[in-house]
Design a protein around this ligand. Structure first.
Ligand SMILES: Nc1nc2c(ncn2[C@@H]2O[C@H](COP(=O)(O)OP(=O)(O)OP(=O)(O)O)[C@@H](O)[C@H]2O)c(=O)[nH]1
Ligand SMILES: [Mg+2]
Length: 435
C-alpha cells in the first residue's frame, strides 16, 4: 500500500499564503474530512478548513489534482491558507491525523520521478531551480526542467543505438565484418556523436559555472591598475588603491553579478621580483590563484611595448588600462583584448561584455544545468564513443559494440533509465521538505 504523505510546501516563517500539500491515495479522503467534500479536480475552490470538531482553523483555496495528472502522478491536495506558522502546523497536524505521514525531504519530487512524471535530470533541476542564486542559473535550471537537456541527451542516445545496431549486425556476418566497419559512413556517425557530446558538455559546463559561481582572477604587474579595475567593476572602493607599486598583498574576493551571471572577481598582488617577505607571500598567492582560476584578466598599461603576457590554463582576457593617458580611446581592441580607463570609467561596460564572451555567455546556445554527475556521465560517454570509433577503424566489431554499449549506459544514467537506490537517496535528500 502506498503511503500518503504531507508537508508544508511554503518556506518557514510568516507569509501572505502558506500551503500544505498532501499526496497519495488518501488525499481525497483528507479533502472530504477537512473541507466537507473533495473539490472538483483542477478548480480553485474556496472553503473553510475544519478540524475534527467541525471548528474552522482557517479558510482559503483548496486545489485537488486527480492521479495521474498531478506533480507526483498521485492524487494531490493543496490547501492554501494564511501563512502563519501556527495555522500551518495545525493544518498539517490535521492531515497527519488522517492516516497520512510527514513527507521526507524531496519525497514529492521523488514520487514524480518514480511515477515517470519527470526523468532524473528533470527532478534534479527542480532543486537547482529552487536553489538558483542568479537569473541565468534559474534559466538554465528551467531549461533542464522542461526536458530540453534530457531531450538533447536522448537524441544522442538514439544515434548511439542506431550505430550499435549496425555494428552488432556486422558482427553477425563475420566474413563481411571488416567491410561493414570500413564503410566511411560508420566512422562519420561515430564522429558526429563525439561532436554532439562535445557541444552538450560545453553547454553543461557553462551551467555548472552558473550554479557554483565562477572565479575570475585579475593579474598583472604592480601599479597597472588591477585594484582600480576591480573597484570600477563593482562600483565601489573595495580595494585599496595607491600610486605605490606593491599596494595589494592579500587576495581580495568580490561577488559580482553581470547580467545575471554570478562571478567571483579576485584581486591579487602585482607580480614582480621582490625582496619584501610580505610581498613575496602575496605574489606566491597571486600565482596560485591565477593557476586555479576559471578565467583570467591580465592587466597591462595601455601602449606598453612587449607586454610579455604569461600563458594560463584558463581563458585569458587582455586588459589595457589607463587609456586616458595614451588618448587611444576605450573599447574592444580584438578578440579577448580590451582597452579602458579605470580612472574615468571609459570602457568598463566593454570590459563586462568581454568578460561575458570570455566565459562563453555571449551568443551561442543556452546553458544547461550541468551537475557534476551529468558532466562525469557525458565525459564517460564521450571516452567510450571515441574508443568505439578506434575499434571500428581497427575492424574489431565486438569491441566497438562493447564500447558503444558503455556509451549508452552512461547516457542512460543521466536521465535515470538505470539508477541505484543510493544515487536516488543522495539526490532527493538534498531537497527541502515539502518539495
Ligand atoms: N591615469 C590613470 N591612472 C590609473 C588608472 N587606473 C589606475 N590608475 C592609478 O594607478 C595607480 C595604481 O593603481 P592600483 O589600482 O592600485 O594598481 P594595482 O595594479 O592594483 O597595483 P598593485 O596593487 O600595487 O599591484 C593608482 O595611482 C591609480 O590611481 C587609469 O585608468 N588611468
Ligand atoms: Mg592592487
Amino acid at each position: 500500500m502506498i503511503e500518503t504523505i504531507a508537508a508544508i510546501a511554503t518556506p518557514p516563517g510568516r507569509g501572505g499564503i502558506g500551503i500544505v500539500r498532501v499526496s497519495g491515495p488518501r488525499a481525497r479522503s483528507v479533502a472530504e474530512a477537512i473541507l466537507g467534500q473533495c473539490p472538483v479536480p483542477r478548480a480553485a475552490t474556496y472553503a473553510a478548513f475544519k478540524d475534527a470538531d467541525g471548528d474552522a482553523i482557517d479558510e482559503g483555496l483548496a486545489l485537488f489534482f486527480a492521479a495521474p495528472h498531478s506533480y507526483t502522478g498521485e492524487d494531490v491536495l493543496e490547501l492554501q491558507g494564511h501563512g502563519a506558522p501556527v495555522v500551518l502546523d495545525l493544518l498539517l497536524n490535521l492531515t497527519l491525523s488522517k492516516g497520512v505521514r510527514l513527507a521526507r525531504p524531496g519525497e514529492f519530487t521523488e514520487r514524480a520521478f518514480l511515477n515517470e512524471r519527470l526523468d532524473l535530470a528533470q527532478a534534479e533541476s527542480v532543486i537547482d531551480l529552487i536553489n538558483s542564486a542568479s537569473e541565468q542559473a534559474a534559466r538554465s535550471a528551467a531549461r533542464s526542467l522542461t526536458g530540453e537537456f534530457s531531450k538533447a541527451v536522448m537524441a544522442i542516445d538514439q544515434n548511439v543505438l542506431e550505430l550499435r545496431v549496425y555494428v552488432e549486425g556486422a558482427i553477425d556476418f563475420p566474413e563481411d565484418e571488416i567491410d561493414f566497419l570500413a564503410d566511411r559512413e560508420v566512422a562519420i556517425a561515430a564522429e558526429a556523436i563525439d561532436q554532439a557530446l562535445t557541444s552538450i558538455l560545453e553547454r553543461s559546463a557553462r551551467g555548472t559555472s552558473l550554479h557554483e559561481g565562477l572565479d575570475l582572477v585579475i593579474g598583472g604587474k604592480p601599479n597597472v591598475g588591477k585594484s582600480s579595475i576591480l573597484n570600477a567593476l563593482v562600483g565601489d572602493e573595495r580595494a585599496i588603491v595607491t600610486g605605490i607599486p606593491g599596494t595589494t598583498r592579500d587576495l581580495l574576493d568580490v561577488d559580482l553579478v553581470i547580467d545575471g551571471l554570478p562571478i567571483r572577481v579576485r584581486d591579487t598582488a602585482g607580480i614582480r621580483e621582490s625582496v619584501d617577505v610580505v610581498e613575496q607571500e602575496g605574489i606566491a598567492r597571486a600565482r596560485a590563484a591565477l593557476d586555479r582560476a576559471d578565467a583570467v584578466m591580465w592587466v597591462i598599461e595601455d601602449g606598453e611595448v612587449d607586454p610579455n603576457i604569461p600563458a594560463f590554463a584558463a581563458p585569458t582576457l587582455l586588459v589595457r588600462n589607463k587609456c586616458d593617458l595614451t588618448g587611444r580611446g576605450a573599447g574592444c581592441v580584438a578578440d579577448h583584448d580590451v582597452s579602458l580607463s579605470a580612472l574615468t570609467g571609459a570602457g568598463v561596460e566593454d570590459l563586462k561584455r568581454e568578460i561575458k564572451k570570455l566565459i562563453g555567455f555571449e551568443g551561442g546556445e543556452g546553458a544547461f544545468l550541468g551537475r557534476r554527475r551529468h558532466i562525469a556521465a557525458l565525459k564517460a560517454a564521450q571516452a567510450a564513443v571515441r574508443e568505439g570509433l578506434a575499434e571500428i577503424q581497427a575492424g574489431r566489431g565486438e569491441l566497438a559494440a562493447e564500447a558503444l554499449r558503455t556509451t549508452q549506459q552512461a547516457l542512460g544514467d543521466i536521465v535515470g533509465v538505470t539508477t541505484t537506490d543510493e544515487l536516488l537517496g543522495e539526490i532527493f535528500t538534498a531537497f527541502c521538505i515539502g518539495k
